[in-house]
Write a protein that binds this ligand. Structure first.
Ligand SMILES: [Zn+2]
Length: 156
């Protein structure tokens, strides 16, 4: 994990973009993730999470966590954004920005890591806090030796 302060900026990987365009994209992702966090429905945990997912086509799909009185029916922001993007026809992703108001940047839960690795094992993940702290990972760092579609290949 790489943690940085408010003024540290890294660029989202994008082979065909300049670093200033990457910075613009990342700024938009942060803005959208923070807005989704504000709109999250988390009356039980009071832990609002926003996620902004950058598709390989340049699209940005956002969602917040949506809790439920029947707790297991709740959904994480990351998987909600993923489902929305897939429903829009996007199945490959470059980056995910997660926003919370926690003291330290939070990584996606295990279930979200598994859901994301299905589509983009090399996803860049940037977690930001309302106060401006951030951390960065590659999905492969967070979920090494993942069970993936290749795991289902059989020899018979
Ligand atoms: Zn999750």
């Amino acid at each position: 994990m790489r943690v940085a302060g408010k003024n540290s900026r890294g660029a989202v990987r994008a082979a065909s973009k300049t670093s200033s365009e990457d910075g613009d994209i990342e700024a938009r992702l942060r803005e959208r993730a923070l807005l989704a966090m504000e709109r999250a429905y988390a009356p039980y945990s009071n832990f609002q999470v926003g996620a902004a997912l950058l598709g390989s086509d340049g699209s940005i799909t956002c969602a917040g966590n949506v809790e439920n009185a029947a707790f297991p029916a709740g959904t994480c922001a990351e998987r909600a954004a993923l489902a929305c993007a897939v429903a829009s026809g996007v199945r490959s992703f470059r980056a995910l920005v997660i926003a919370t108001s926690a003291e330290e940047p939070t990584s996606p839960c295990g279930m979200c890591r598994q859901a994301l690795v299905e589509f983009s094992p090399e996803l860049d993940i940037i977690s930001v806090t309302r106060a401006g702290k951030e951390a960065r990972w590659r999905l492969g760092e967070l979920l090494p030796h993942a069970f993936s579609p290749r795991s289902l290949q059989r020899t018979d």
